[in-house]
Design a protein around this ligand. Structure first.
Ligand code: MSP
Length: 659
């Protein structure tokens, strides 16, 4: 029997317009699902929508619709987006579906009959925006004394009512023991530590109902129809209602516990404490791994309504194509950490990885084979030492890729993939097929091109989970119909004589931002300017003064040893062997410009720099950086991560002394 693999995403609030955060988790689940399917595993990938609750009801009322009609319409936005992003979920569950509602009601009845759910009077501060109660010590006092919800900063109401409670506290010790015994249950480690901290405190019982008088839009409580089920208790159960709880025990035991539950770090408590205790109460185990990803900011700011437009999923897909969006989202930040989405960085990553490495390799391999070898897969020649080295590098990278995808470390996986493309480009450079062709060394030329084409097959296959369309396109050009993992890493998988198709560049270089993106960006920038203009500028916080004694003091004479001059950037381009470096020609007033290798590629695109007057250390001993001799150093703010280059306030002649 094939290995089984079950993965889930959170159920997204159907009321929300799908955004980059939703897209991120769903693509992440799709990547490993596709990879496991390639391995022949029996995959079940579940996503869906969370459709009950106050906010949904209010929005429906505002539109003059029934709640059901409202959600039936809104869910389509998620369905349509997943379709455009080539999401291969095996099931899409909605919490208003009968198959889910029935299970929630059965679970409630069972727990109630067993005494795990009891009724009690309750009072507290209720936040409609978050749909939860807060205690006195949790709420925040607003400027006019209004009590505010600490999560949404919206007003809370004091509510006293009878409700049903789940005896969560009874399962807290079991949960603590589970956490202790399963180091990989919650990842990354920082989130696990947070949970360890939270579980040191007492775990209370969970209010699992809402009176219908206040909230009629929810799953009716079967033993008391004055109440509906609390949205979280309802929604969390989807992970098992979708795979046979109360309907198909075989399916349930085949799927549960899930291999991965992916979620954002903001909903870790509900997924560990609430969900963990609920599972124990039902006699089930928690999922093998709950992996909480970080938070996206956009263009350096918290995602808000106006800023959200800049990363509207459809705008991104229209402008960049779904494959590139998938690739950059997965490669830009490590899964557990926070990250910033900026269009500039998008362009840099796209160009550096997809256009310059993977696309370039494919273009070279196919066009050279076309030109010199009749456009068919050529024969291999006997391996030379450099071919063995290439094979070893590729085998290691494929193994790294696999391990990283399995661990949902997609940034690492894509680095391994790019390593293969880079090795391929370097191999072509070193073997000089053009020279072999000129000299008539046809056998070696064929062997070199064959290995280069094999590298295209390997990168094309590894691209499959991330960029399914481009992957199929590349493999089709190589005459490979179905990507397969058997013998993937070996440089002899193609069939000799197969006809190749050259075609247009797979990932054309992005010279500038697409017009729609540039327009969206400047609209937001204009808006923030007008919004902030009338306000009195806030007094800037005084930066903490660094203490004198923190520094190693030097004499004036020591300082004068460092010779600084202004330099004008004459040209700039990417470093051929390092994504972080740029290669600049800088005029420092010596006639011939100097070559300066600078670690600023993450911050600046080459075109941003030409014409700038920068500050150069001109008497630093030249040093080779990734194979290229740098004859100076630029000054920049930011220490390890460059935030801004030091430039002059006015244009000055190149070579002017800086003191
Ligand atoms: N409906 C609940 C989940 C119930 S699961 C049984 C919910 N929905 S949500 O639509 O608000 O959020 C869904 C996911 O989107 C969460 O994992 C959340 O972390 C994620 N994101 C929302 N904004 C985000 C960012 N700015 N960045 C990354 N992900 C974020 O919570």
């Amino acid at each position: 029997m094939a290995d089984t693999f079950y993965i889930t995403t959170p159920l997204y609030y159907v009321n929300d317009a799908p955004h980059i955060g939703h897209m991120y988790t769903t693509v992440a689940a799709d990547v490993i699902s596709r990879w496991r399917r390639l391995k022949g595993h029996d995959v079940h990938f579940l996503t869906g929508t969370d459709e009950h609750g106050q906010k949904v009801l209010r929005a429906a009322e505002a539109r003059g619709l029934t709640a059901q009609a409202h959600v039936d319409e809104l869910v389509q936005r998620f369905v349509a987006l997943w379709d455009r992003l080539d999401i291969t979920c095996d099931d899409f569950i909605r919490t208003t579906e009968e198959r889910h509602v029935g299970v929630v009601q059965q679970v409630l009845t069972e727990l109630y009959e067993r005494g795990d759910i009891y009724k009690e009077s309750y009072s507290g501060w209720y936040s409609t925006s978050e749909e939860r109660f807060w205690t006195e010590k949790d709420v925040v006092e607003g400027e006019d004394g209004t009590k505010l919800c600490p999560a949404s900063m919206k007003p809370v109401e004091w509510i006293e009512e009878e409700n049903y409670f789940f005896k969560m506290s009874d399962y807290a010790d079991q949960l603590r023991a589970h956490l202790e015994a399963n180091p990989d249950w919650v990842r990354p480690q920082a989130r696990r530590n947070e949970l360890i901290g939270a579980l040191k405190k007492e775990v209370g019982d969970l209010c699992v109902t809402r009176p219908k008088t206040r909230l009629p839009w929810g799953i009716e409580v079967p033993f008391d129809n004055d109440y509906v089920t609390y949205v979280w208790f309802d929604a969390l159960l989807n992970y098992v209602s979708a795979v046979g709880l109360k309907s198909d025990p075989d399916e349930l035991s085949k799927r549960w516990p899930a291999d991965y539950q992916l979620l954002g770090k903001d909903i870790l408590t509900t997924h560990t404490i609430y969900w963990g205790c609920m599972l124990f109460a039902m006699g089930l185990e928690p999922a093998k791994c709950l992996y909480a990803h970080g938070w996206w900011t956009v263009e350096g700011r918290k995602m808000g309504k106006s800023l959200g437009n800049v990363v509207d999923p459809h705008l991104l897909i229209d402008a960049y194509g779904s494959d590139s969006v998938r690739y950059v989202l997965m490669g830009e930040k490590s899964f557990g950490g926070d990250g910033d989405f900026s269009h500039r960085s998008f362009q840099l990553r796209y160009n550096a990885d997809l256009a310059d490495k993977i696309g370039n390799l494919a273009h070279r391999a196919l066009s050279m084979t076309q030109k010199w070898l009749g456009g068919r897969v050529p024969a291999l020649d006997a391996n030379r030492a450099e071919d063995d080295t290439l094979q070893a590098e590729v085998s290691a990278a494929v193994a790294d890729f696999d391990a990283a995808v399995e661990a949902v470390q997609y940034k690492v996986a894509l680095e391994a993939l790019v390593r293969i493309a880079r090795a391929g480009n370097e191999y072509v450079q070193a073997q000089e097929p053009w020279a072999l062709n000129r000299k008539g060394e046809t056998e070696r030329l064929a062997g070199v091109m064959r290995r280069t084409l094999e590298l295209c097959r390997i990168t094309g296959t590894l691209l499959a989970p991330f960029c399914p369309r481009k992957s199929s396109e590349l493999l089709a050009r190589l005459g490979v119909e179905e990507p397969g993992l058997a013998g993937l890493e070996r440089l002899d998988g193609l069939v000799e004589g197969t006809e190749l198709t050259h075609g247009e560049p797979l990932f054309p270089r992005m010279q500038e931002l697409p017009e729609t993106i540039a327009a969206a960006l400047s609209a937001v920038e204009g808006e923030t300017r007008t919004k902030t203009a009338p306000k009195k500028p806030k007094k800037p916080k005084k930066p903490k003064k660094p203490k004198k004694e923190q520094y190693d003091m030097i004499e004036f004479d020591d300082f004068t040893k460092v010779q600084l001059r202004t330099g004008r950037v004459v040209s700039a381009e990417g470093h051929p062997n390092a994504d972080r470096l740029l290669l600049l020609k800088v005029d420092v007033g010596e006639g011939e410009p100097r070559t300066v290798v600078a670690g600023i590629a993450q911050r600046y695109a080459p075109d941003d720099l030409v014409g700038k007057d920068v500050v150069v250390v001109v008497n630093l001993k030249p040093a080779k950086l990734r194979g290229i001799l740098s004859e100076g150093m630029l000054l920049a703010a930011g220490g390890g991560t460059v935030v801004a280059l030091a430039t002059t306030s006015e244009p000055v002649d190149p070579g002017t002394v800086v003191r």
